[in-house]
Design a protein around this ligand. Sequence first.
Ligand code: AMP
Length: 356
Amino acid sequence: MNNVFYNQTLGILGGGQLARMLSLAAANLGIKTHIFCPETDSPAFDVSASHIVAEYSDIQSLQLFASKVDVVTFEFENVPTATLEHLHSMHVYPCAKALAITQDRMVEKTFMAGLELETAPFAQISTVSDLQKALETIGTPSILKTRRMGYDGKGQAKILSKSEASSAFASIGEQPAILEGFIKFQREISVIVARNRDGETTTYDVCENDHRDHILFRTTVPACIASDTATKAQAAALKIIEALDYVGVMAVEMFVVNEGKNERLVMNEIAPRVHNSGHWTIEGAKTSQFEQHLRCVMGLPLGSTRARGIIEMNNLLGEDMHRLPELVAMPDAYLHIYGKKHAVKGRKMGHVTFVK
Ligand code: AMP
C-alpha cells in the first residue's frame, strides 16, 4: 500500500464540477490536486492547489503538468487518446484502453454484448443506406446516436418511421453512428462501481435516475426495484469493471424493463469517471464516490459504500438558481454550488441532497 499518499499530487484532466468535488475530497486526505484544462475560470480552480490552462493537444504544457504530479486521472471521457499517450510514462488511471472502449458507443455496446450482458439491439451506421438497412431489422421507434462525443442527449435523433432515415442522419451531421432499438423501460438506474490498484472491487446501492430533457433531474437511492434485480445490476457492473481491468470509479447506466412480475436489465452506457448519479454519496454513503476514486487511483484500500439512509439528490440547473434562498434555509438540505459565474438554462450549477 502507498503510505505516503498524503504528500502526493493528483493531476486531473478537466476542471469542471467533478474535478472540483474530487479536489475537495483530496484535500480531506491531504492530497493536492493540479488541474489541466483549456477553460480559464474553471470550477475546480477555486479548490485545487494549482492549475494549467492549455489545450489538451499542447504537448509542452502536458509535459509540464506531468512533471508536477504523481498520478493522473480525468473527469470526462472525451479526453483525446493522444493526450493520454503523451502521459504514457505516468500512472494514468483509468487506463487508456478503458477510455477508448467507452468513448465509442459502437465499441462499448459490442464490448457489453460480448460479456453476455443484454443491450438494446444495435447496428453500425456509416451511410444513409446502412441506416435504411438497419431500420428494416431493428424497426421503429429507434434512436440514432453519434458514436463519439454525445452526452446529455446531444448527437441523438429519435426515428419514428423509416421515411425519416435521411433527415435523422442529416440531423446528427452524417457522422459515424449507431442505431439502437428503442427500449420501453419502466426505470433508468445506474450502478456506481469502484476498483482499486490491487483489484479490490465494490459497488454502491443502485441509484434510480429521473431525466428531464435528457439531463439528470433527480437520483433516489435505493432504486425501487426487486432486490434480486439490484443484485444482478451490481453483478453486471462488477463484470464490466473487471473486464476493462479498470482502476477508479465508474457508472454503468441501465434500463429496467418490466415483464409481468419480472424485471429485465438492459445495459445502456458506461461513464468511465465519477458520475452525476453518484453525487448523493457525499453525504449519503460512508465513503463518497470522490474519495473512493482517489482511494482507487492513489493505491489505497477501498472505503465502505454503505448508505446512510434513504437518499434524494436533485440537480440545480441554471433556471433553478432562484430557489437558492429557499434551499439554503432548509436545515436538512446539503447544498453544493459549483461556483460557475453564469447561470445558463440547462447548465449544471449545483445539486442538493436529502438523507432521510
Ligand atoms: P445516452 O446518451 O445513451 O445516455 O441517452 C440519453 C437518454 O436517452 C437515456 O438516459 C434514455 O432516457 C434515452 N435513451 C437512450 N438510449 C435509449 C434506448 N435505446 N431506448 C430508449 N431510450 C433511450
